[in-house]
Design a protein around this ligand. Structure first.
Ligand code: FRU
Length: 912
């Protein structure tokens, strides 16, 4: 159990016991009172006074058992007290002898016994309380003797036989009477303490003997009965009656004395209150006398009034006491209920206090725990931050490394291109062609090509990681495509006597594939197959259509296979089978899987006898995004086969074709790789005047040369290729120059960026020299076509022309200026250059580049066109037109006009 819960429970129990302790009766003094009977007033008064006394003592618990004058019942009552282990027993025995044993039993049980009124036999009780009954007898006798005036004859009516007062009263009475000879107890009637027992025997006696002076009855009840009996005989006045008890009640002794019925009565106090006091002393083991005698007195006509008054007062006080007792009880009850309320409140207070303490404790412990948790949390946050920082550092370092390797891989491309290009030249070199060197050169080429593939794989891996690949799928005849890729391996298959087959029933089967990516997949799978298949082995590609609209392309070899437990790992990056002793980057299969996944296809591996890779792709193109589908023509991003390319353009490389310097176009190569510059110069200078710039002075050089075409790298020292291209394309002086970007950055974003900066062609390294050459001549050819267009439409070009590009607007603007100054003989080329914001040379070169003639000739042409217009209008003669257009003489004008239009101005005028 939780400590705090235990604590609360403990408090709760403590509070509960606090409330309930009031209910406990255990500390009370139990007093058992065995009353002989309760039929008469004397007994009732005795009970009443003992109760009043008990009520004054809250520590006392009084239990009165009424024996109803039944001895057996009285014995039983006392036995019950004994078994209930009362503290003290008070007993008023009905008779002496029968009760003696049970009293002794009580004493033996350790319960003290107070005998009251009537005695038991022997001394085996704790104490006795009562008036001295022998003395009562004596007092009565003395009273009679001293007051007698008559015969001295007495009738004695005794109490019940066997009860000690009856015996003792007779004893004392007889002692004194017998001493005096005048007095004699004539008759003794044995009553039973009640009036009825008197009547019959007394009537009989009185009927015979009327000379009776006194009748002494042992109690007032029997005395009254005796008077009543005497009265029936008319003797009530003659005889004097004396009783015992002297109760102050209706028909009690005092009233009977006062009314003259009794002559006197002997006070016999009940001793109820004294009995309880004595019992408590016994309980407390205080020293007490064994016999405790209550005082007695004779009540007669002389003192009855006084005693009655005194007793009334006592009774009144008793009533007061009783009412006070009642009030006390009420207050006690109130006190008890208030006490209970207080206890209840205390209980709740304790509970509230406990809960308060607990809540304070909880608050403190919660706040401690909170602080602890906050500390832990902070530590976790700190650690997390640290981890994140470390992760960021690691990521940055990883990025840096990857960028470094990616950059490095890009860097590799240029030298490899150079190597391959030179090697291609060597392969084509007549001096080597026939020699044994050719095989070695081809080996160099083959390995360079392999190196290039590996670098491309590395770059693809990075690209896959960055999720930069976008599928560019086009409808492809898969049989033809497969065959084309297989061509690259047929040589090796033949050399190593490998049975290399393609099995495909439907040769027209079409699939939407990204040919560039699928080419890489095929190359990887076939390279692997060839790598692990021994000579004389078998490699086959099986293309089949499945029922579920998919196509299965299986690459099966008879190689060493892959251990079964490693099959699930083959597509993981950097995986290398345990039985593979060959060098392997471990990313080829990973890339293949990623490329197949890009096609929404699957690739799986079976390896039992040899290895079988199975590609499954869906037919059609519904499974592809519209952005992933392209036209066939766009889908040619496969690494060009440099050997084949160069063989095709073999004649281009022939140095025999020499173009004169003046005919050559000018070409500016902006490239900081000296080797590449050297290579390009070597390969292109036969056809072009090659200028170079390492990029630091690219703009200045361009403005200076105004070349016909520019080849520009991207990664340059000062400005990158994009910036240079943008600037050149913005500038009116250079905007017409076609720019070819030649870069190692082959990704889509870079290409897009290049095209956005206005470049005309974007070629990636490693590049095919033939493609580069073709691109240069195509761009120049296009420029030529444009020039032709401009030349032939120069005068019809309107400012709003739909052909409005940079050059268009330049020409429009230039023509406008010329037209406005056509009749100004002083208007010069310099003026025109000034107005166009370019230098004279730049104007000359730009106009030459755009429209193919020099600017002066162009101005003259405009003038001549104007002249033709004027000739048609017929308003001016030829001389006027010649001078107005600034020609130095009409003759020179006529010659120039005839040169342009083939007829003289005169003939032209007359022909309209
Ligand atoms: C009451 C009584 C008294 C008498 C006493 C003697 O029951 O009869 O009248 O004095 O008992 O025990």
């Amino acid at each position: 159990m939780h400590n705090s819960v235990k604590y609360i429970l403990l408090l709760f129990l403590a509070s509960l016991s606090l409330v309930s302790c009031k209910q406990k009766q255990g500390n009370k003094i139990k007093v058992g009172f065995s009353q002989a009977m309760t039929t008469d007033d004397w007994r009732k008064q005795m009970n009443s006074s003992i109760k009043i006394e008990a009520s004054l003592r809250p520590e006392v618990e009084l239990k009165i058992s009424d024996a109803n004058n039944n001895i057996a019942k009285q014995i039983e009552d006392i036995e019950t007290f004994i078994s209930n282990k009362v503290d003290v027993i008070i007993v008023s025995p009905i008779q002496s002898k029968p009760l003696t044993a049970v009293v002794e039993k009580s004493i033996k049980a350790g319960i003290p016994v107070l005998v009251v009124d009537r005695k038991i036999e022997g001394e085996n009780y704790t104490a006795y309380l009562g008036a001295d009954n022998i003395e009562i007898g004596r007092i009565t006798a003395r009273y009679i003797i001293s007051n007698s005036k008559g015969s001295g004859k007495i009738i004695e009516i005794t109490g019940a036989n066997g009860s000690s007062p009856a015996y003792e009263r007779s004893l004392g009475f007889d002692q004194i009477i017998n001493e005096n000879k005048h007095f004699k107890v004539e008759n003794t009637i044995h009553g039973d303490w009640e009036g009825e027992s008197v009547k019959v025997p007394l009537k009989a006696i009185l009927s015979k003997n009327s000379d009776i002076e006194y009748i002494f009855a042992h109690n007032d009840r029997m005395a009254l009965s005796a008077w009543e009996t005497a009265k029936t005989l008319g003797l009530e006045k003659k005889i004097k009656f004396i009783g015992v008890d002297g109760l102050n009640t209706v028909n009690g002794g005092i009233e009977l004395v006062k009314s003259g019925i009794l002559d006197g009565t002997i006070l016999y106090p009940t001793g109820g209150n004294e009995a309880l006091k004595l019992a408590l002393k016994m309980y407390n083991k205080e020293p007490i006398s064994k016999n405790n005698i209550l005082n007695t007195i004779v009540i007669d006509q002389n003192n009855a009034e006084i005693i009655e008054n005194q007793m009334d007062k006592v009774d009144q006080q008793q009533v007061v006491i009783e009412s006070q007792q009642g009030a006390i009880k009420v207050q006690e009850r109130e006190y008890a209920s208030q006490n209970n309320l207080v206890r209840l409140l205390s209980f709740f207070l304790v509970i509230i206090l406990s809960l308060t303490i607990y809540s304070i404790y909880s608050t403190i412990s919660i706040s401690r725990k909170k602080k602890q948790l906050e500390r832990i949390n902070q530590t976790v946050i700190d650690q997390n931050n640290e981890i994140q920082e470390m992760a960021q550092i690691a990521q940055r370092s990883n990025e840096a490394k990857l960028n470094f390797f990616t950059g490095l891989s890009h860097e590799f491309k240029t030298p490899i291109t150079l190597i391959m290009s030179y090697v291609e030249s060597l392969i084509e070199n007549e001096k080597i062609k026939g020699t044994t060197l050719i095989d070695e050169v081809k080996l160099i080429h083959k390995n360079s090509n392999r190196l290039l593939r590996l670098i491309n794989q590395l770059l693809d891996f990075r690209k896959i990681e960055e999720q930069k690949f976008t599928l560019r799928a086009s409808n492809t005849k898969i049989y033809d495509f497969t065959n084309e890729v297989m061509t690259n391996f047929k040589g090796e298959a033949a050399r190593r006597n490998i049975d290399f087959q393609l099995i495909c029933k439907n040769k027209n089967l079409e699939l939407f594939i990204d040919r560039g990516l699928m080419d890489k997949v095929y190359f990887n799978l076939l390279s692997n197959a060839f790598k692990f298949t021994p000579d004389n082995g078998k490699i086959s590609i099986l293309i089949s259509e499945n029922q579920d609209n998919t196509v299965r392309i299986s690459f099966k070899d008879s190689g060493i296979g892959i251990p079964e437990n490693e099959l699930s790992n083959v597509f993981n990056p950097f995986f290398k089978a345990s039985n593979n002793n060959k060098n392997s980057s471990g990313i080829g299969l990973h890339l293949s899987k990623e490329f197949v996944l890009l096609h929404q296809g699957t690739i799986e591996l079976k390896s039992k006898q040899g290895t079988e890779f199975i590609i499954t792709v869906l037919k059609g193109n519904i499974h592809l995004q519209p952005s992933e589908i392209v036209n066939k023509a766009e889908n040619l991003n496969r690494t060009p086969n440099l050997i084949l390319d160069n063989l095709d353009i073999g004649t281009d490389l022939n140095p025999d074709i020499v173009i004169s310097e003046s005919e050559k176009h000018t070409l500016l190569v902006i490239e900081d790789n000296i080797d590449l510059v050297t290579f390009l110069r070597a390969k292109l200078s036969s056809e072009y005047v090659v200028y170079t710039s390492d990029g630091s002075d690219a703009i200045e050089k361009t403005m200076e040369i105004i070349p016909d075409i520019i080849i520009c790298d991207i990664n340059l020292v000062d400005k990158d290729g994009y910036e240079i291209s943008k600037e050149l394309k913005k500038d009116l002086r250079s905007s017409h120059i076609p720019i070819i970007i030649l870069t190692a950055q082959s990704d889509k974003e870079s290409t897009l960026k290049g095209l956005q900066s206005g470049v005309d062609q974007y070629l990636t390294k490693p590049f095919s020299l033939s493609i580069l050459k073709q691109s240069i001549s195509s761009l120049l050819f296009n420029r030529e076509k444009l020039r032709y267009y401009y030349t032939n439409n120069i005068y019809r070009v309107e400012p709003e022309s739909k052909f409005g590009n940079q050059e268009q607007s330049f020409i429009t603007k230039m023509n406008d200026i010329i037209n406005r100054n056509v009749e100004n003989p002083k208007f010069s080329v310099e003026d025109l250059a000034d107005k166009l914001g370019v230098s004279r040379v730049q104007l000359y070169r730009k106009v030459k580049a755009i429209i193919g003639i020099n600017i002066s000739d162009h101005i003259n042409n405009v003038k001549l066109e104007k002249a033709a217009e004027l000739l048609k209008s017929n308003n001016m003669n030829i001389s006027e037109i010649a001078y107005s257009l600034g020609f130095s003489s009409p003759n020179y004008f006529s010659t120039a006009f005839k040169n342009k239009f083939g007829i003289s101005p005169k003939e032209y005028k007359s022909s309209t």
